[in-house]
Design a protein around this ligand. Structure first.
Ligand code: UFG
Length: 333
C-alpha cells in the first residue's frame, strides 16, 4: 500500500512526503515539475533514508494517472498539485479553473474506478472570503473569494462534498491552510518560488540575502495593533504533520470534512520582520508601501476542530519558523 502525493516535490508536498515516510508509510509522488525541481525527490530520500517512486506526469492526464495506479497499490491520494499564484489567477482565470478542477476530477474518477476511497485536499483559508471575522471556524459560510485561485479551492471543496454524498465509501478531507512558512531543519527542502516572490517569507529571506534590495510592507494603516496585516503563520513541518493525522483520520471515517490547519495566533508583518532579524542576526531593510489590492487586515484560525478530530496541534514557534526559513535560504546561496 502506498499514498499518492500529487505535487509532492512542491513546498508543502515535499515536507509531507518526509513526514509520511518517517511515519512508516510508502509514498509515490506525481509532479509535472512545473513549479519544483526533480532533485527534491532525492533530497526527500536523503532526509528520510527511505525510497519513494517518482512520476513526472500531469495529473490531468488520465492515461498517465491510470498507468500509475496500475503500477502501484495506491490506497489514498493527497492532492497538492495546483496553480497557486493569486495575481496570475486574476490575469489567467481559465488556466486556473482548467488546471485545478481538471486535475482533481481526473484523480477522483480514477480513484472511483479503482475503489480508492481516501482523498486529502490542499484547501486554503482563502475560502472564508472577506465577510467572516477572525478567528475562522469551519462552520462559517464560505465563498465570496477575492480571486479565481480562491474560487478553485471553494469549488473543489463543493465537488468533494457532493462526491461524498453520492459515494458512501468516499472519505475526503479539505485542509484549509493558513500561512505556511519555514523549512525542514535539514535545510535541504523549503519554499523556492520562481521569480520575484509573492509571499512574505521568501521575500524576507531573499532581502536578507541581498537578492532583493528591500521589502515593501503592504500597508500600515490596517485596524491591527501595529497597522500591518496580521496572519496565522504555521511552520511547514507542523502543517505536514497535519496531513499525516488527516490521512489516519480519513482511513477510519467516511464523508467530507473541512479542517483548518493553523496555530490560532496572528502575527503582523512587522512582528515577522523583527523576529526574523533578532533570531538570525541579520537586517531586513523595508519600506512602508501602499496596501496590496485584495488583502485582508487580519486572518487567523480557530484550530480546535483539528485538535478534536485529528489529535493534531502545532508545536513550533515563530522563532523556529524564522530560523528554519533563513537556514534554507543560506543553504541555497
Ligand atoms: N506582505 C508584505 N509584503 C510582501 C508580501 C506580503 O507586506 O512583499 C504582507 C501581506 O500584505 C500580508 C502578509 O504579508 O499582510 C502575508 O502575505 P502573503 O502574500 O505571504 O500571504 P497571504 O496571506 O496574502 O496569502 C496566503 C496564501 C494564499 C492564500 C491566502 C489567503 O499565500 O495562497 O493566504 O488564505 F490564498
Amino acid at each position: 500500500m502506498a499514498v499518492l502525493l500529487t505535487g509532492g516535490t512542491g513546498y508543502i508536498g515535499s515536507h509531507t512526503a518526509v513526514c509520511m515516510l518517517e511515519a512508516g508509510y510508502d509514498v509515490v509522488i506525481a509532479d509535472d515539475l512545473s513549479n519544483s525541481a526533480a532533485d527534491v525527490a532525492d533530497r526527500i530520500r536523503q532526509i528520510t533514508g527511505r525510497d519513494l517512486r517518482f512520476y513526472q506526469i500531469d495529473v490531468s492526464d488520465r492515461a498517465a494517472v491510470r498507468a500509475l495506479f496500475d503500477e502501484n497499490d495506491i490506497d489514498a491520494v493527497i492532492h497538492f498539485a495546483g496553480f497557486k499564484a493569486v495575481g496570475e489567477s486574476v490575469r489567467e482565470p481559465l488556466k486556473y479553473y482548467r488546471n485545478n478542477l481538471d486535475t482533481t476530477l481526473t484523480l477522483l474518477e480514477v480513484m472511483a474506478e479503482r475503489n480508492v476511497g481516501v482523498f486529502i485536499f490542499s484547501s486554503s483559508a482563502t475560502v472564508y472570503g472577506d465577510r467572516n471575522p477572525a478567528p475562522y471556524t469551519e462552520d462559517m459560510e464560505t465563498g465570496r473569494c477575492s480571486n479565481p485561485y480562491g474560487w478553485t479551492k471553494e469549488m473543489i471543496e463543493r465537488i468533494l462534498e457532493s462526491a461524498c454524498v453520492a459515494d458512501g465509501n468516499l472519505s475526503a478531507v479539505a485542509l484549509r491552510y493558513f500561512n505556511p512558512i519555514g523549512a525542514h531543519e535539514s535545510g535541504l527542502i523549503g519554499d523556492d518560488p520562481n521569480g520575484i516572490p509573492n509571499n512574505l517569507m521568501p521575500f524576507i529571506t531573499q532581502t536578507a540575502a541581498g537578492i532583493r534590495e528591500r521589502l515593501s510592507v503592504f500597508g500600515d494603516d490596517y485596524p491591527t495593533p501595529d497597522g500591518t496585516g496580521v496572519r496565522d503563520y504555521i511552520h511547514v513541518v507542523d502543517l505536514a504533520k497535519g496531513h499525516v493525522a488527516a490521512y489516519r483520520y480519513a482511513c477510519d471515517h467516511k464523508g467530507f470534512e473541512a479542517i483548518n490547519l493553523g496555530t490560532g495566533v496572528g502575527y503582523s508583518v512587522l512582528d515577522i520582520v523583527k523576529t526574523f532579524e533578532r533570531v538570525n542576526g541579520v537586517r531586513v531593510p523595508y519600506v512602508i508601501a501602499a496596501r496590496r489590492p485584495g488583502d485582508l487586515a487580519s486572518v487567523y484560525s480557530d484550530p480546535s476542530k483539528a485538535k478534536a478530530l485529528l489529535g493534531w496541534e502545532t508545536e513550533k514557534s515563530l522563532e523556529d519558523m524564522c530560523r528554519d526559513a533563513w537556514n534554507y535560504q543560506k543553504n541555497r546561496l
